[in-house]
Design a binder for this molecule. Structure first.
Ligand code: UD1
Length: 456
């Protein structure tokens, strides 16, 4: 068992961040091999990055299990420590956070810029202290803006005065506590649903969030908060009712498995061929991805909490339209696009969530893919083969997609900016190697430095 004290945890966190956010690492991938074996899916990144800020609202020790070992988690735990929390790893996937002595603090730009999800500190601090002062996260790597107007609309409706100045959002509730209300989101937003739900959990009275996001991690956050004493009903439907409570108490909670990590390995099997068992998943969460992969000629068999994913025959074209859950997730479109590059016929991807999330396509083209982009549409003509190339990851899922394309391609690829990939995929190299992928990490010589950023 690996048990860190607070002092050690600080050291571990800082050095881990430095190592894992290091742009001076690249992956070398030798493609063209089918994948066979078994992979254990980690805890969900998008749930973890909401639950860790939510722990800030809890008085007493809060034990979180199935925490993925990814840099976004490490960064957020560091932010909690900076705010005065005690953070202790009980084993590599269980962390105990105690925010009892937390100061009602400010999250500075230096912390916020490293992880977009640090904006969840807004809802959490506003709920706990009736006031929050959090720097806005850095730029967007999807290639468009990432507005937070619905988050702010929610905080205002809860009675907070909200100011955005100098790159900070400052929210303050009159009388030191937000008040329950009804909020209709103009747009289905995961982030706004989560931020409002957190603030409302400790509000005075009842809050109703209509047109709420239904993603598994929204439900997971609600379950986490409920297990700590909150009273949240309807998470997973588009109307969430939150009856505010006076305080949250400590407890133990286990994070759900990562739908997108599992989907990414499914897309890798689709692209490379082979047969891989994905363990520790919730099959229901995978339905929207399984349905498309099945259309593409991939066989998916459900056995308890695992999926056996196989592709023996040729890949077949399909069309994909991304939608909020339970639709096809936007966070899976780049990875499935990698497989569709090798499918027979013409496929069309329409991204209805992010309208310019196709920056990765120029990299695919350099591997021989035939793709045209028109606004939020990508039209993919399947080709017989992709060839290895030098690739630069531009965000987390784009990076994962390049990894899949490289594994399926003939020849050797080099992927740089892999710190994006390591923000959201635990031990991606180890997991891929265990199923026969030829991939290794090497240091980039000093003269080729690359940028670091925060989108996610
Ligand atoms: C979350 C996910 C991200 C995923 C996205 C959509 C996390 C940490 N990140 O991001 O990986 O791609 O959901 O599934 O969970 N919008 C507004 N106003 C707002 C907020 C959002 O117009 O105030 C729009 C966005 O521009 C976008 C759409 O709503 O078009 C969905 O965004 P949202 O669900 O909020 O995404 P995130 O929570 O940022």
């Amino acid at each position: 068992m690996n048990c860190f004290s607070l002092g050690t945890m600080k050291t571990v966190t800082r050095s881990y961040i430095k190592k894992r956010c290091n742009p001076l690492i690249k992956y070398i991938v030798e493609g063209g091999r089918p994948l066979f074996g078994e992979i254990h899916i980690s805890g969900a990144k998008n749930a973890a990055v909401a639950i860790i800020p939510a722990a800030l609202m809890v008085t007493g020790p809060c034990r979180i299990e199935n925490v993925p070992q990814i840099s976004d988690v490490t960064i957020l735990l560091g932010v909690l420590q900076d705010l005065g929390a005690s953070v202790r790893y009980l084993n590599p996937h269980t962390v105990e956070v105690d925010c009892t002595k937390l100061r009602n603090g400010r999250v500075p730009y230096e912390s916020a810029r490293q992880c977009r999800a640090s904006y969840y500190m807004l809802g959490a601090l506003l709920g706990r202290f009736g006031a929050a002062d959090v720097a806005l996260p850095g730029g967007c790597n999807f290639g468009g803006t990432r507005p937070i107007d619905q988050h702010l609309k929610g905080f205002k409706a809860l009675g907070a005065q909200v100011d955005t100045q100098g790159g900070f959002v400052m929210a303050e509730a009159a009388g030191g506590r937000v008040k329950g209300t009804s909020i209709f989101l103009d747009k289905v937003s995961v982030g706004a649903t989560i931020n409002i739900m957190m603030a409302a959990a400790l509000a005075e009275g009842m809050t109703v969030i209509e047109n709420a996001a239904k993603e598994p991690h929204v439900v997971d956050l609600a379950n986490f908060l409920n297990s700590m004493g909150a009273n949240i009903m309807g998470a997973g439907t588009d109307v969430i009712k939150v009856r505010g409570v006076d305080s949250l108490r400590g407890g133990t909670y286990s994070i759900i498995p990562d739908q997108i990590e599992a989907g990414t390995y499914m897309a890798a099997v689709a692209a490379c061929g082979g047969s891989v068992k994905l363990c520790n998943i919730i099959p229901k969460h995978m339905d929207c991805i399984t349905a498309k992969l099945t259309e593409m000629g991939v066989e998916v068999q459900e056995v308890d909490d695992s999926l056996l994913v196989s592709r023996i025959g040729p890949l077949v074209r399909t069309n994909i339209k991304t939608m909020p859950y339970p639709g096809f997730p936007t966070d899976m479109q780049p990875q499935v696009a990698a497989a569709l590059c090798l499918a027979r016929g013409t496929s069309v991807i329409t991204d209805n969530v992010w309208n310019s999330r196709f920056r990765y396509i120029d990299e695919f083209k350099r591997m021989g893919a035939q793709i045209q982009v028109d606004g939020n549409l990508a039209i993919i003509e399947g080709v017989e083969r992709l060839t290895g190339a030098q690739l630069e990851a531009c965000d987390l899922r784009a990076g994962a997609a390049m990894l899949i394309a490289a594994l399926a391609a003939h020849g050797i690829s080099e992927i740089t900016n892999v710190q994006y990939i390591e923000r959201g995929y635990e031990d991606v190299i180890g997991k891929l190697r265990s199923i026969g992928g030829s991939i290794r990490a090497v240091e980039v010589p000093e003269e080729e430095p690359l940028a670091v950023s925060s989108a996610g």
